[in-house]
Design a protein around this ligand. Structure first.
Ligand code: PLP
Length: 354
């Protein structure tokens, strides 16, 4: 049976077109600024997001860390959600390498921090306080896959700028947000001072992210990237795949959303599955196994893998919750295979025969 891997969109292999482009890429030493393919990727990303400049980095984590370090000084504070990837899953790097203190706020199921909460979290002028320097949003929000709207983003940007703060968007899946909202990424992120974009998730590139922002921001980020060991040499081999990710793969993400929706609706019709269909808006499907089900979420995950070669894993930190992420290599015909497998495993006859 073919492997069906829904653990994340990071599992996406490069497309055949990417492999050809990588093999034939025009390259140079990027630390000297001489890799034409990297330079093109950076210029194209900046143009697509309506920013002055871009920088190719090794990963989303490096893109976020570089951005935070470029905006903040040691002892400064950044406001972000307690579920933000930057806070939860980046090894505390902003604190470790930048001395940047996170001030975390709760988010609602649409991935939004309350504007009033953000306003209150911005520090006043008091000798006891750290200096608030930065607000970080995440779009789509990893906690639910929900896209943050332009209206919300603009509102947070206005609040930030009124207080002399910067706004960074962790846009690991910003193209998924744009596809779901049917808006250009340039408009969606117009209020942001920096955006970090993953090329290696739903966009299928094997490696890399791009950050975009003002010329001054990117100049500072360039130094920081070098200090983090991110000055790569003939990186055009990677950027060649990144260009296809940016231009072509970013335009087909609605297909992943349609498949996610079909999967979510199919799951909702299965016994013992608890799912909030309102949340299936991009390429992420979160669902629970009901307490009275014949098997737990963990056992379901194990048996899907062992019996059907289907990979769907429990979401860390929330027992009973499973997450399936659709992507380029998950096709429409796979939806029924997954649903049939779960239906079979949930059937008590199957359990009795096991
Ligand atoms: C994956 C991800 C990142 C980090 O990307 P890596 O390339 O894995 O370092 C950052 N933010 C969000 C929201 C992500 O999903």
């Amino acid at each position: 049976m073919d492997k069906i891997d829904l653990r994340s969109d990071t599992v996406t292999q490069p497309t055949p077109e990417m492999r050809v482009a990588m093999a034939n890429a025009d390259v140079g030493d990027d630390v000297y600024g001489e890799d034409p393919t990297v330079n093109q990727l950076q210029a194209d990303a900046a143009a697509m997001f309506g920013k002055e400049a871009g920088l190719f980095v090794a990963s989303g984590t490096m893109g976020n860390l570089t951005s935070v370090l470029a905006h903040c000084q040691r002892g400064d504070e950044m406001i972000l959600s307690k579920d933000a990837h930057i806070f939860r899953y980046e090894v505390g790097s902003a604190a470790a390498y930048g001395g940047v203190q996170p001030n975390t706020l709760p988010i609602d199921r649409d991935g939004r921090m309350d504007i009033g909460h953000i306003r209150k979290a911005i520090r006043g002028n008091n000798v006891h306080y750290p200096i608030t320097r930065l607000i970080c949003l995440e779009n789509t929000a990893g906690v639910s896959g929900a896209p943050l709207t332009k209206e919300y983003t603009d509102e947070v940007a206005a609040l930030a700028h009124d207080h002399g703060l910067k706004l960074h968007i962790d846009g690991a899946r910003i193209f998924n947000a744009a596809a779901a909202l049917k808006i250009d990424v340039k408009d969606l992120t117009a209020g942001a001072d920096s955006v970090s974009i993953c090329l290696s998730k739903g966009l299928c590139a094997p490696v890399g992210s791009v950050i975009v922002g003002s010329k001054a921001f990117i100049q500072r980020a360039h130094h920081i990237r070098k200090s983090l060991g991110g000055g790569m040499r003939q990186a055009g081999i990677l950027a060649a795949a990144g260009l296809i990710a940016l231009h072509d793969m970013s335009q087909r993400l609605h297909e992943d959303h349609v498949n996610a929706r079909a999967l979510a609706e199919g799951l909702a019709a299965l016994p013992y599955i608890d799912i909030d269909l309102d949340l299936a808006r991009t390429n992420m499907v979160f669902f629970r196994v009901k307490p009275d089900a014949p098997l737990s979420a963990e056992t379901l995950s194990d048996q899907l893998r062992d019996e059907f070669n289907i990979f769907i894993t429990p979401y860390p930190g929330d027992p009973g919750l499973l997450r399936a992420v659709t992507h380029f290599w998950f096709k429409r015909q796979h939806v029924e295979l997954v649903l049939n497998a779960i239906r079979a495993l949930m059937a008590t006859e199957y359990m009795a025969a096991d």
